[in-house]
Design a protein around this ligand. Structure first.
Ligand code: HEM
Length: 316
């Protein structure tokens, strides 16, 4: 039986007070970094959140793709790492787990030998190799199989129409907040059969997982992330108990009862839940946001899409 009781929070240790993540190091060191064209190729480092905040990353990646598609960097907190920036190489790496294992993690993190000093790590099946990764993933794939998606299609349409119909007309509003986050959290709550009124918690937990601690940021410290994730475990442990007794057709029930996942510790359950929350949240929210932004920036693409929709079953 999975160990999901409240005492499990003991196992989710915060990192030590002086812990500094690779992203923090780069945010600090990456301030005011020169335009890509003024740097030698060896000084180009794409791991710099400032480049993304300032919308300056494109030229960095362009130079990497053109001049050094398999690029080496080394920083204090993460050690050595490679940036692979051409599609064929990315596909080759993705398809060869024997050489490019995911089992030591999939984010640029603390070097393996220093992990124990960085606090307890949660694990999830995206950070595993076959056969375990396949066995755990199989547990949740029924949720996204075509048959299930067909079943939820009417609900997705109803909610999309509901959100779009309620938008203010003739005034400025925040598309990300009102449409992308709202629709995403409604659908995630459905996939998890998560209490609907608390659905924004899912977006919050997703946001804090990879947030870089900084004053006035999404989180201000590693401790704050830890405390909020312990809250997340508490919340989900209630749902685990409920679904253990009365399973439904939702992701929590699938994990609690799946052969490959039912005996997991609370930390590992949390890892897989966060994988599904982050995987389902950031991607869809950003697609809804980025596509509207893209269609605005490139009106000829908007016209092309309108024309093809006019001629399709979804006639505009
Ligand atoms: C626009 C929508 C989405 C995009 C573009 C997207 C993209 C991706 C990509 C590229 C990967 C592979 C990452 C890797 O290299 O290992 C991935 C994996 C994954 N995604 Fe998505 N995703 C989307 C929606 C979702 C949703 C809605 C969910 C769940 C509710 C989800 C859950 C996952 C999970 C669990 C994995 C890990 C699979 C494994 O390692 O076996 N994704 N996604």
């Amino acid at each position: 039986m999975a160990d999901t009781d409240m005492s499990s929070e003991q196992k989710i240790q915060p990192p030590p007070a002086d812990f500094r993540s690779p992203e923090q190091e780069q945010v600090e060191k990456g301030v005011g970094v020169a335009p890509a064209d003024e740097l030698g190729i060896e000084d180009i480092n794409p791991l710099n959140a400032n480049l993304f905040a300032e919308d300056r990353y494109h030229r960095y990646f362009e130079r990497l793709r053109n001049e050094d598609p398999i690029h080496f960097n080394e920083i204090e907190t993460a050690g050595r790492y490679w940036s692979v920036t051409q599609a064929d190489d990315i596909k080759a790496v993705e398809g060869d787990w024997q050489t490019f294992s995911s089992a030591s993690g999939i984010t640029l993190g603390v070097p393996t030998e220093a992990r124990s000093g960085a606090g307890a790590q949660t694990s999830s099946f995206i950070a595993m190799d076959p056969p375990m990764q396949r066995a755990q993933r199989k547990t949740v794939t029924p949720a996204v199989q075509p048959k299930n998606l067909q079943n939820v299609e009417p609900l997705i349409r109803e909610r999309t129409i509901d959100v779009l119909e309620s938008l203010p007309e003739g005034e400025t509003f925040d598309w990300v907040e009102t449409v992308s986050i709202e629709l995403t959290t409604r659908m995630l709550a459905t996939l998890f059969d998560f209490p609907f009124e608390d659905r924004r918690k899912l977006a919050r937990w997703s946001d804090i997982v990879f947030a870089i601690p900084e004053p006035g940021g999404v989180i201000e410290s590693h401790q704050q992330r830890h405390d909020e994730l312990v809250e997340c475990v508490h919340y989900f442990s209630g749902l685990w108990e409920q679904r253990r007794e009365a399973p439904g057709n939702d992701l929590v029930s699938m994990l609690v009862h799946g052969e490959a996942t039912k005996d997991m510790s609370a930390t590992d359950h949390l890892g897989n839940l966060l994988l599904l929350i982050v995987g389902g949240n950031d991607t869809t929210r950003n697609t809804m946001t980025g596509s509207v932004y893209g269609l605005n920036t490139f009106p000829e693409q908007y016209d092309k899409l309108s024309r093809s929709l006019t001629n399709s079953q979804y006639g505009l």
